[in-house]
Design a protein around this ligand. Sequence first.
Ligand code: IMP
Ligand code: MG
Length: 182
Amino acid sequence: MKSIHSDIQEVLLNKEQLQARIEELGKQITEDYSGNDIILVCVLKGSVVFTSDLARSIDLFCDIGFMKASSYGSGTESSGKVTIKLDLTEPIKGKHVIVIEDILDSGNTLYHIKKLLAEREPASLKICTLLNKAERREAPIEADYVGFNVPNAFVVGFGLDFNEKYRNLPYVGILKPEVYKD
Ligand code: IMP
Ligand code: MG
């Protein structure tokens, strides 16, 4: 039977590197929000793995909410048109909110989500992304917390998918081009 690992050309960030950096981010957030309760907004589906690890490295009272947006078709390029598929179920007015993303690419998705959440008047609103592809930015948005800056390649694993596959890889890797080019 074929292994899912055989479609990976190169491991960009291994398990240990990811865990170490997520611990650091958790400590940083714990210090920055000291004395406050926070809400982590997990942007489905890609951020689910990162959010679950990050939440466990934060030493604060912390709620977790979920949103889902889509700007991608089934390919590897953003369409630029963002629709909200699933919204938070509770109000965030007066709360400290951190939006958790898997990757900040064109920025279209987060730009839209941030605008929407800001209208609900949270006490503060920040963005934490595991990966940042700065080169590809189209929308005027930056993350407050970045796990890793990555090159302009399509990456999968640790929550990130290609056609809803590879989310369960325990590392972040670059797909073999033949996997998506046929
Ligand atoms: P943006 O709107 O272009 O910033 O794209 C954000 C979303 O696109 C992310 O949350 C991912 O779901 C997806 N995405 C962008 N780049 C990649 C990638 O390299 N691999 C997998 N998904 C990606
Ligand atoms: Mg995706």
